[in-house]
Ligand binder design. Sequence first.
Ligand code: GDP
Length: 612
Amino acid sequence: MANKVETTQAIEIPAEIPVRELAERLSLSPVQLLKALIANGIMASINESIDFETAAIVASDLGFELALEGAADREAAVAAEVAEFEAEQLVVPSGPVEPGIAWFLADEDEASLEVRSPVVTMMGHVDHGKTSLLDSLRNTNVTATESGGITQHIGAYTTMRNDRRITFIDTPGHEAFTAMRARGAQATDIAVIVVAADDGMMPTTREAIDHARAAGVRIVVAVNKMDLPDANPERIYEQFASIGIVPDSWGGDTFFVKTSASTGEGLEELLDAILYVAEENPPLANPNRTARGTVLEGKIDPSRGVIATLLVQSGVLKRGDIVVVGSDHGRARAMFDYTGAPLVTAGPSTPVEIMGLNEVPTAGTKFEVVEKPKAAKSLAAVNATMLQDSQKSARAVPVTLEELFARAAAGESKALNLIVKSDMQGTLQPVVESLETLSGEVRVEILHADTGDITESDINLAAASDAVVIGFRSSPDSPARRAATAQQVEIREYDVIYKLSEDVELMLEGMLDPVFEDRTLGRAEVRALFTVPKTGKIAGCSVVEGVIRRNAKARVLRGDEVMADSVITSLKRFKDDAREVREGFECGIGIEGFKLFKEGDVIECLVRERVR
Ligand code: GDP
């Protein structure tokens, strides 16, 4: 390139920089820079700002190296903090040491542990009554003088039943639960699966059950809306029994409680069932130490500043304690219970709200109290470096199918965890069976199997459980693809069953490290261009060969030139969304991050496959 400049030293720029200013710093004309941006698919105007990462990519195309302003100073400061911290020989809370042992107990002496009250999350299909049950349960032991019930201030509450306490996390849904788990948090002891008696088990109910099972938490089933005339609990029992969750009334080991959030039926029984399950396998904590736990929620209150809802899981949190939350630390200047009443101390399983942090913490972040301000700074610095590493990739290395298989075969892990998605019920069964033939050599644990696209929830479950996602004629949607990249989750896509069986056989033979190649599934030719509101530029195409599939990888070719290497984000037949379109048919195709179609462009739809 004519304007390539050999730089020996990186040029420092801020985290965000206007295009014009970047051009000046690189001694380029703004037009040169804009061209390079367009070549990378970025349409920015000269006065618009771009972020450091974008700037670095474009600059490197032009032969420049960029560095973030002040990065060296920050690194040195962190290194100094780490050194100081190590000198003090503090124990850094790590992730779970062994599966099944919560991180906040990992380094505790067994003799120091005592029973704490259970923490419960509600899961299930939308509209089956999770929120209504949480609301009704909160008010079960409210006396008449508190008419109107307790106004809840934070995302969790506690309730009493026969002098025993139960904590409910008030963010219903398994998505939040698994997203927290993917960050290493284990806040829940028992999951209440809510299912409406008039509606029955739905795909989300199945998903919630699988998420709860994968986390190893005990399940209690609330058969809700019993007040409705078409409530049919027997049908619910059958549906659950068919997936191995057998009601106690049928001789199984899972409590099914008939409830109505509307009439209050069964609410006390539900609390009893929860307490009974907790008693069978008591949750533990060391109450005689400084507090440790998990952030449930973080927000900014216009008048009070940063507010964090914390779940104390071990130890006692006291007002005035120095709390380290991720890379932030602060003093719990004020502390409140879920009703908003001020608190001085809070023991295990207590949700509290604190003021005094500097940054809004993310749900699922662990917190830890330290005694000395200096230790807080050091611990926060160590967490910051760990966080930076983990932002590059959630895990040090991606967990691949081969690696999981090898680990399981070598006895290093107990099972090969898989999540299976396929295009339809008819293919799901053979795929699951084919994978189950691996069992014997290793224990194959299918955490979740369902039809439909691979979703972000599947990726979160995989990340939280060290699993690989198998897609059979099913691809990840855009949020899932992004999540998979960020969390380093492997997605293996298959289009024909014998390829999958072949992979399985090869793994059984111990042939690892396979080679992958993109195979063309189909080709479409761009015939016309049009703009669709919200979706953007769409190419009106004719499928000239094979099949085009939504969410599949795709390349846009103009002659020999590859214009884009991306993903099909939208696929339409007339006005309707289509999963796939076959040869001889017309369709509209949208490609992620690419809009500059021209008539005559060819869109190739690809599938990544292992080659012998
Ligand atoms: P969620 O989406 O699972 O949190 O469900 P909600 O708690 O928001 O409830 C959905 C709808 O079902 C609301 O209109 C509730 O009033 C209603 N609902 C919830 N529980 C019951 C119940 O036990 N009986 C009846 N009849 N309606 C209920």
